[in-house]
Design a protein around this ligand. Sequence first.
Ligand code: B12
Length: 141
Amino acid sequence: MVDVSAFYKALRDMNTNETQALVQDYLQKDIPASQVLNGGLIGAMNIIGKEFKAKELWVPDVLLAARNMHSGITLLTPLLQQDRYFSSKGTFVIGTVFGDTHEIGKNIVAILLEGSGFTVIDLGARRQCIGGDVCCRREKA
Ligand code: B12
């Protein structure tokens, strides 16, 4: 069982070292990377999101929490990807729509798709739709 409140405290305190230490600690206890991601990092970010909605936190706080969350995801990425098959099952082109900076969910989906054996072309955030369309045709995605 992952203690979401410990992750929440680390995100809220902007303590990247603590976030990474928690991730390492759970991995050493053989807790699956997907549980650490969903129960810990994403769970904590959901609480931050509710506080943002309630105007208890401001955009810079959320941005710093998101960066902190990313430092934990970086440690999980190789484990989430390790089940990848040798040959690709197909290609996904992924990106956020024009003007949208919300990329954390997209980045997680990209990692999980790669872990499931797909090739992922990540166009990044705030893309014009036409870029994705052209890329899909070029890559036969
Ligand atoms: C972090 C965050 C930010 C950060 C983004 C940092 C970054 N680099 O990504 C910052 C601070 C920059 C930000 C800015 C803004 N934000 Co904001 N933000 C959030 C917050 C708190 C968390 C989003 C997040 O990353 N969640 C964690 C990820 C893992 O979850 P997820 O995105 O849902 O992704 C999962 C699934 O949706 C799914 N998924 C996602 N993508 C895909 C793609 C595919 C193909 C598939 C299959 C699945 C899938 O899988 C993911 C993994 O489980 C949410 C509130 C919340 N609780 O969601 C608000 C929220 C999204 N933001 C909101 C708003 C309004 C804004 C601003 C307009 C605020 C402002 N007034 O400036 C700006 C927008 C700026 C812009 N031009 O885009 C609103 C959106 C409301 C709406 N429905 O339109 C929310 C819901 C907050 C709210 N309740 O008001 N934000």
